[in-house]
Design a protein around this ligand. Sequence first.
Ligand SMILES: NC(=O)c1ccc[n+]([C@@H]2O[C@H](COP(=O)([O-])OP(=O)(O)OC[C@H]3O[C@@H](n4cnc5c(N)ncnc54)[C@H](OP(=O)(O)O)[C@@H]3O)[C@@H](O)[C@H]2O)c1
Length: 248
Amino acid sequence: MQTNTIQAGNTQPQPFQGQNVVIIGGSSGIGLSTAAHAKDAGANLFLISRNAQRLREAAEAIGGATQIVADIATPQPAIFADIGRIDHLLITAGTARLLPLKDQSEADLMQVMRERLIGPLLTVKAALPLLHAGSSITLTSAQLASRPLGIGTIMAAAVSAVESTVRALAVELSPIRVNAVSPGMVDTPLLDGLMGDAKRQVLEQTASTLPTRNVGRPEDIAQAILFLMANRFVTGEVLHVDGGGRWA
Ligand SMILES: NC(=O)c1ccc[n+]([C@@H]2O[C@H](COP(=O)([O-])OP(=O)(O)OC[C@H]3O[C@@H](n4cnc5c(N)ncnc54)[C@H](OP(=O)(O)O)[C@@H]3O)[C@@H](O)[C@H]2O)c1
């Protein structure tokens, strides 16, 4: 007969203690916040992005991390050469290319697919020898996979593909767990580039339309990512952290 067991207090497992957490896109926003929380929980951090200076500053801000300069759109097979084992791989790297289709060339469309889909797949492939049965992979989708914006159609297509990719990879790479987080509007440096001086006003206006009446903070998404990394029974899942923005 199955008996009930309850773990509480000091007997709680510590899923990040001594674990190698690799974050591509870890120098800013959601990736950096996740890095900070994982570091606090005892993880060894490996931060990857394109700009060495931003990586240095991010590593300093969280109290130390190994830094690797790489572009997710053209990942190198040897990207993980200096890492012995990967317990949790997170890919948040990405820019917002929200243009009307009429203003995008074939090269623009291909670049979005490389950054959002092909690059992450090649990166997962490069990580395979370092992953193990208890490892997790977390990819990043976006609310516009579910709710069109009127621009950025190729982005919507690419992140929708990410959502079906995690379901397929969860089966293909089993028992490695593969999930995605899907953020709504989150106040990060990404939006500074996108909205400039209008950012504050856009955030306030968006917040007023959301069921939660606020936009996301990087740590709101980081908490969801840490859940996906730590929970041993969740795979093939897309966790929407969007203030209810898909329904508003
Ligand atoms: N913020 C939002 O409202 C929102 C909403 C939905 C989805 N998302 C998605 O969530 C993810 C994280 O967004 P965020 O808001 O945290 O953005 P962010 O603050 O701009 O951070 C993006 C990070 O990714 C890195 N990066 C960008 N392009 C890269 C590339 N080609 N190769 C390697 N690293 C790259 C950046 O560093 P470098 O530029 O130095 O390489 C930075 O570390 C993105 O995929 C974004 O599309 C964000």
